[in-house]
Write a protein that binds this ligand. Sequence first.
Ligand SMILES: C[S@@+](CC[C@H](N)C(=O)[O-])C[C@H]1O[C@@H](n2cnc3c(N)ncnc32)[C@H](O)[C@@H]1O
Length: 281
Amino acid sequence: MLSYRHAFHAGNFADVFKHVLLIQLIRALQRKDKPFRVFDTHAGAGRYDLHSAPTGKNREYQQGIGRLWRQPALGPELNEYREQVRALNPDGELRRYPGSPRLIRNLLRSEDRLTLTELHPGDYPALKAEFAGDRQVVVHHADGYASLKAFLPPLERRGMVFIDPAFELRDEFDRLVEAVQTIHWRWATGMAAIWYPILDRGPSQRFQRNLQELAIPAILCAELGLYPYDRPAGLHGCGMIVINPPWKLDETLSRLLPELLAALQTGEPGQTRLEWLTPAH
Ligand SMILES: C[S@@+](CC[C@H](N)C(=O)[O-])C[C@H]1O[C@@H](n2cnc3c(N)ncnc32)[C@H](O)[C@@H]1O
C-alpha cells in the first residue's frame, strides 16, 4: 500500500536541495550537442499547489523555497533554481511549485526526452495530465525500479536516471543498491542521481558502504544537514548520490553546498558533506 504523497512535503528544504542539484546535472548534459534522455523513476504529481490542503497543512515549504523566495543575493545556481520556480509564479506570489518532472521538462532542448514513472494511483493522473500532448515526455503508471530493466540503455545512449523514492518501505536502501547495480550493468556510462533522507545517520551510512562494495567507479556523495544529527526525531538532512557525475561537479558543489546551507539556515548549526565514495578513475 502506497500512502506517501509528495504534496505534503513539496518545496521543503529537501526539495530545494534535490532540485538545485538536479538543475546542475541537466545543465551539464547540455554541454554537448547530442540529444539525451532523462528517466525520473519516482516522478510524483509533476507540480504542486502550495496553498492546497495537503501542502498547506504542514507548510514545510516555508522552511524551503519560502526562505529563498525573497533573499536579495543568491549565487548563480540558487538563482537559476529560483527563476525556474518563478516561471510558474509570474505574479510574484509563491503559490505553485514544480516537481522534478516539470523542472526537468522546462530545461529540455527540442531533441531531448524525458521518461516518467509513478506508481501511486492518486498522483499518476495529475502527472499524465501535466504532460498531455507533450511529445518529448512519456508517462508510465508503473514501478520505477522494475522499469529500469525495460528502459535501459536508452537509444540516445546519453542522459541520466534520477531516483527519488518515498522511503516508505523498510528495504528502500536495499532496492536502491540493486537499482545501482542494474543501471551499471545495463548502462555503465549513464549518469545516475539518487536522493535519500537522513533521519539518523545509520541507514544512510550503511547504504553508502553497500554502494562502495559494488566497486563501481565514480560515485560522489553530497549531503546537506540542516539540523544537528544528535537531535531526536525528524528529517535532519538529506543527500544525493551521483554516479558518473559531470566533470567538475565536485568543485561546483564544494561552493554550492555551503551556499545552500546559508540560504536555508534555521538558526541551528548545520553541516555539509562532499565525498567521493569511489574514485572516478
Ligand atoms: C519523493 S516523491 C517524488 C517527488 C518528485 N521526484 C519531485 O522531486 O517532485 C516519491 C514518489 O514515488 C512514488 N512511488 C513510490 N514507490 C514507487 C515505485 N516503486 N515506482 C514509482 N513510483 C513510486 C510515490 O507515489 C511518490 O509520488
